[in-house]
Write a protein that binds this ligand. Sequence first.
Ligand code: SF4
Length: 102
Amino acid sequence: MTRRSADSGHPPPRVPRLPEPLPDLDGAACLDHKYLPASAWTGARASYRDRELAKAVCQACPVMERCREFGLGPVGAVMNGVLGGLSASERRQIRHERRLSA
Ligand code: SF4
């Protein structure tokens, strides 16, 4: 394992601006979920089981529609994991279908 040295002359990381603001997701069911870790939604290496459970939790989330539209927007296009009950590949498919029907 390698470590980056704490070089004071090293420039700070650049964090790009989001192309759209984050939606208000107050009351999101994934926040501090009792049984599932956050990595079930965000982890690129989440197991199939955890991802499917996360998608099931999304179905009962009070802000699912808002989250889903955000996930289908430009920011969601570059995010991994589950958003609005959809995996990254499902969002990609919906985006593709929307482009075809436009
Ligand atoms: S829809 Fe799913 S990912 Fe979006 S806020 Fe709700 S629980 Fe979280």
